[in-house]
Design a protein around this ligand. Sequence first.
Ligand SMILES: CC(C)(COP(=O)(O)OP(=O)(O)OC[C@H]1O[C@@H](n2cnc3c(N)ncnc32)[C@H](O)[C@@H]1OP(=O)(O)O)[C@@H](O)C(=O)NCCC(=O)NCCS
Length: 165
Amino acid sequence: MFVRPAEPADEKLLWAMLYEASYARDQGMDSPDQLRDVPGLGHYVEGWGAAGDLGVVGGLDGVSLGAAWLRLFSADDPAFGYVDADTPELAIGVAPESRGTGLGTALMTALIDAARKDYDAVCLSVRQDNPALRLYQRLGFVAVDGSDKVNLAGTTSITMILRFR
Ligand SMILES: CC(C)(COP(=O)(O)OP(=O)(O)OC[C@H]1O[C@@H](n2cnc3c(N)ncnc32)[C@H](O)[C@@H]1OP(=O)(O)O)[C@@H](O)C(=O)NCCC(=O)NCCS
């Protein structure tokens, strides 16, 4: 298994992983290309490699199978788990056939290690019924009080935050 820093050339992979992270297939989308036009989704990846962007790519035998990345948002154009303009929001996706093998944990650990050098905290948005919530809790993320909101699927998502200091 490898994990390496994400580069601007990884944008296509990040669109594919955003497709997984946002459960776009369940919402009737056939391709990551459709995410560009979904309000509140495209800005997680569009123009990847901007100032403040930080990400990792991982996989097996040289094949990229997942990515975790984070980006700063603003109050004018907030992401789903927006906390404030200084707290980047993290997204993660692993190819369906490769889940449950430890890649997601490796990606999260590497990204958190890198993020703590640049940021005081990172946040994310997660559906309350997503098993990934356990992974985030294990890594130290805690729910932000009062952050429950209805997501694109019509279920409940919460914001979680990991504070480094
Ligand atoms: C969440 C995800 C990135 C984790 O990657 P992974 O490689 O499966 O992770 P690991 O093998 O290290 O397992 C860690 C945790 O991931 C979750 N997980 C594992 N397999 C999963 C699957 N098939 N579907 C959803 N979550 C899964 C579990 O919480 C697991 O912890 P647990 O064993 O204590 O329950 C990956 O499962 C995925 O892409 N899921 C769909 C997209 C998604 O939910 N993204 C996060 C949105 S907030």
